[in-house]
Design a protein around this ligand. Structure first.
Ligand SMILES: NC(=O)c1ccc[n+]([C@@H]2O[C@H](COP(=O)([O-])OP(=O)(O)OC[C@H]3O[C@@H](n4cnc5c(N)ncnc54)[C@H](OP(=O)(O)O)[C@@H]3O)[C@@H](O)[C@H]2O)c1
Length: 383
């Protein structure tokens, strides 16, 4: 497990990012500099499994520890279609991932941590309640401390998909597994399997594991093998090959003891556990899944616990203050890797007309059409 005390939150990298971001954007003050709009465009639930674009949604007000972000681009996740199957309340704003500009800083945000005008990207525990809101909107609320500052070299569109996928990859690697990090890479590489390397979570997990000095084995459709090698994978296998687990076991010399299952549905937990060496090991799961081997421990975690607050949906979770500390550290690691251009963002599929066709693109993802790409909405393109 990554020691929450191992990284100083006042590390110069985050200060550097804030300073450079402020310089780039002309940001000068901690407080709101202009009068905020009252209403905004946003994609909201209809209450019967669909979504609709509305123009009269109230702009939210940041509460303690929150900032208000003017969303420039929002990225889509599988959680959008999954959530719609459960929500029967209308008018809940959809969307979790955002990239935008800090518009206003709420109470109790540590002084100097964020500045108005700063370019930020992250995720929220969105589309759950009306209070939390969502990111498929002109404005969203965000936790001020679980974020990255967007470096000047990165566009809002590219940065929009960092949040949920990037922090989930960090959580899967370091919340419960005792693995090296890019801050202290190992010089004795041992194998790790990142199942589903072409997924958004997988692309970050492959890179972060490689930057931590590990030997990275991953799975993807053949058309994505070169992409994954470019991200640092040492070996890529076709997950549809009936011999895939045997091949992974052979490649790793029967020594595989660590894995992240970035899919964790259908047969993947079984295929992952069969790939492990004779001594078993540990696999982090992004969805709840059953591991058939007793000597392979599988653990599911949910990225929203990184906010350190209790929540009820999609299942009740208590507050984990330690996870909040970890979330801040993950933000610092992602921040510094992005600033140093050592981390690549997921290829963007920028859809036309902004949020207008959100229903269609949510269905596109539900139908399994997303391959190594991030559906991304530019909010300003919404007619
Ligand atoms: N626990 C959490 O807090 C948390 C947070 C975020 C996401 N998630 C979950 O994590 C999963 C991945 O999310 P995502 O946004 O990264 O997904 P995504 O980008 O939409 O995933 C699409 C990719 O999945 C790959 N894939 C599909 N089936 C596969 C299989 N059987 N084996 C290997 N790869 C397969 C495909 O690879 P090819 O194109 O190469 O075929 C495709 O590129 C989702 O179920 C999501 O709900 C959980």
């Amino acid at each position: 497990m990554l020691d929450p005390n191992a990284v100083d939150v006042t590390t110069p990298s985050i200060c550097y990012n804030i300073l450079t971001s402020a310089a780039t954007t002309g940001a000068t003050s901690r407080n709101m500099t202009n009068t905020r709009a009252t209403y905004m465009k946003a994609v909201v639930t209809t209450g019967d499994g669909g979504v609709v674009l509305k123009t009269d949604v109230l702009v939210p007000t940041p509460g303690p520890g929150q900032i208000l972000v003017k969303v420039v681009a929002a990225a889509q996740n599988p959680s959008e279609w999954m959530t719609l199957a459960f929500i029967n309340t209308p008018d809940i704003v959809l969307g979790r991932d955002f990239a935008g500009i800090v518009e206003e800083i709420g109470p109790d945000v540590p002084h100097g941590l964020r500045v108005v005008g700063e370019r930020v990207a992250g995720f929220i525990n969105g589309a759950m309640t009306k209070e939390l809101g969502g990111t498929f909107a002109e404005y969203c609320l965000a936790e001020a401390q679980i974020l990255v500052t967007i470096p000047a070299t990165l566009s809002f569109e590219d940065a929009a998909g960092i949040g949920l996928a990037g922090f989930t990859a960090c959580q899967a690697l370091w919340q419960n597994q005792d693995l090296p990090t890019p801050l202290n890479p190992t010089s004795n590489p041992f194998p790790i399997l990142i199942w589903g390397g072409a997924s958004a979570v997988g692309q970050y997990a492959v890179q972060l594991a490689k930057l931590s000095g590990l030997q990275v084995i991953t799975t993807a459709s053949p058309k994505n093998h070169e992409l994954l090698k470019g991200l640092g994978a040492d070996a890529v296998f076709d997950y549809r090959d009936p011999e895939v687990s045997n091949k992974i076991r052979q490649f790793s010399g029967d020594k595989l003891a660590h894995a992240v299952d970035c899919i964790a549905t259908g047969d993947t937990p079984a295929l992952v556990s069969t790939s492990f060496g004779s001594d078993g090991g540990y696999v982090a799961l992004v969805m709840p899944g059953d591991i058939p081997r007793t000597d392979v421990k599988g653990e599911f975690s949910l990225v929203y616990t990184l906010f350190g607050k209790a929540f009820d949906f999609p299942m009740p979770y208590p507050a984990y203050p330690k996870h909040f500390e970890l979330g801040k550290k993950f933000g610092i690691i992602l921040n510094s890797l992005l600033r140093d251009e050592r981390l690549k963002t997921t290829p963007v599929k920028l859809v036309p007309n902004g949020l207008v066709d959100a229903q269609k693109w949510i269905q596109y993802q539900k139908d399994g059409n997303v391959s190594a790409e991030k559906i991304t909405y530019r909010i300003g393109d919404t007619l």
